[in-house]
Design a protein around this ligand. Structure first.
Ligand code: ATP
Ligand code: 3PG
Length: 398
């Protein structure tokens, strides 16, 4: 990678500022998925082993006003991190001020501190999210001139705690997670071993227009599944019953189909039900059309077989978005079928783009079978779209 990495800087005895993405799901104060914490451990451990004093920053959720702070403290994350590291994590519950500064000054080599949720600074004028120059400068002043950005999940944001700190230090470098995420996803898209097949699902076309466009120009095939299928079908005049549709995206869907020149591969059947929840009938459609009064909630068996054939021999596969309502076991078969088809290809480099697809792979027991599962939802999407990520662009060139 063209940017300096954590291996390129001297860390011993230094107060090292580190941006991680600990924006983890919490339910009643309990972390329900700690992947993002686990994924940051190699960088944190490396800094501590080198004798650095690690000062960690992360956001958690979105905070607009004081009331939004409830349940968004990083205190449970500090506890979970301490357990994973097997050492104390200093946590003052503040984002600035004398108490935080004293705790940082008291750190010894190999010790670690977690700053409170950076978005608590959003209450008073969106200082974090609007990259207030004073805030980035202040946070940068807490360290010794080195900033390690390992927050891939936040790399598509230009906030004070990533680009703001980068702008005010001697060296802003990538951590191992950020480096790996970029290497896997960017290389898959920009320099893929072919055949390169992209699979896009999830609920909405509107979220993925840029991704579809970019991947149509880079991949050999782009397979479409999930809720967005039905906007593409309706755009061709096919009956879709009560399925999810974005009426204002029908023209774009038509344009994409025309531009794709046969590269865009759509399901040929669906699993349909007579309601999204509380349905009394489920069946497979005969062809691509959905029956009146029904909605398509998964791809059907013929589509699973078709996608399996399309994936045969693939050497690079990028997958983003489930093939159906995978949270419900009645509509998981398409997502499972596609995962089976991906992971059985010999020598395939298989990458999951993050968000719901990552959750599906992990919850359905496929995590170990993929080459890479991204910790970024929006960030991985923007990378697949070919966009420049500010969190990466702001790092120091090699
Ligand atoms: N046919 C369908 N009808 C309605 N909803 C669907 C359908 N297929 C999939 N979904 C829903 O789409 C959601 C996932 O869509 P989303 O666009 O958020 O996916 P993603 O790209 O993996 O997520 P993220 O954007 O968080 O990375 C799931 O909750 C799933 O139930
Ligand atoms: O979960 C994410 O996608 C990242 O942590 C970024 O969070 P945000 O969408 O609230 O900026």
């Amino acid at each position: 990678m063209a940017k300096l990495t954590v291996k390129d800087v001297e860390l011993t005895g230094k107060k090292v500022l580190v941006r991680v993405d600990f924006n983890v799901p919490l339910k009643d104060g309990v972390i329900t998925n700690d992947n993002r914490i686990t994924a940051a451990l190699p960088t944190i451990n490396y800094i501590l082993e080198q004798g650095g004093r690690a000062i960690l920053f992360s956001h958690l959720g979105r905070v607009k006003e004081a009331a939004d702070k409830a349940g968004k403290s990083l205190a449970p994350v500090a506890k979970a991190l301490s357990e994973k590291l097997g050492k104390a994590v200093v946590f003052t519950g503040t984002t600035r001020g004398a108490e935080l500064e004293a705790a940082i000054d008291a750190l010894k080599d190999g010790e670690i501190l977690l700053v409170e949720n950076t978005r608590f600074e959003d209450i008073d004028g969106k200082k974090e999210s609007k990259n207030d120059p004073e805030l980035g400068k202040y946070w940068a002043s807490l360290g010794d001139g080195i900033f390690v950005n390992d927050a891939f999940g936040t790399a598509h944001r230009a906030h004070a705690s990533n680009v703001g700190i980068s702008a005010n230090v001697d060296k802003a470098v990538a951590g191992f997670l950020l480096e790996n995420e970029i290497a896997y996803i960017q290389e898959a898209v920009e320099a893929p071993v072919r055949p390169f097949v992209a699979i896009l699902g999830g609920s909405k076309v509107s979220d993925k227009i840029g991704v579809i466009e970019n991947l149509l120009s880079k991949a050999d095939k782009v397979i479409i599944g999930g809720g967005m299928t039905y906007t593409f079908l309706k755009a061709q005049g096919i009956e879709i019953g009560d399925s999810l549709v974005e009426a204002d995206k029908l023209d774009i869907a038509k344009e994409l189909l025309a531009k794709a020149d046969g590269k865009l591969i759509l399901p040929v059947d669906s699993k349909e039900a007579n309601a999204f929840a509380g349905y009394t009938e489920i069946k497979d459609t005969d062809g691509d059309a959905i029956d009146p009064g029904f909605l398509g909630l998964d791809i059907g068996p013929k589509s699973i077989a078709k996608f399996d054939a399309e994936l045969t021999g693939a050497k690079t596969v990028v997958w983003n978005g489930p093939m159906g309502v995978f949270e419900n076991p009645d509509f998981q078969a398409g997502t499972i079928g596609v995962m089976d088809s991906i992971v059985k290809q010999p020598g395939v480099k298989s990458i999951i783009g993050g968000g719901d697809s990552a959750a599906a792979a992990i919850n359905l027991g496929y995590a170990e079978k993929f080459s890479w599962i991204s910790t970024g939802g929006g960030a991985s999407m923007e990378l697949l779209e070919g966009k420049v990520l500010p969190g990466l662009a702001s790092l120091t060139e090699k």
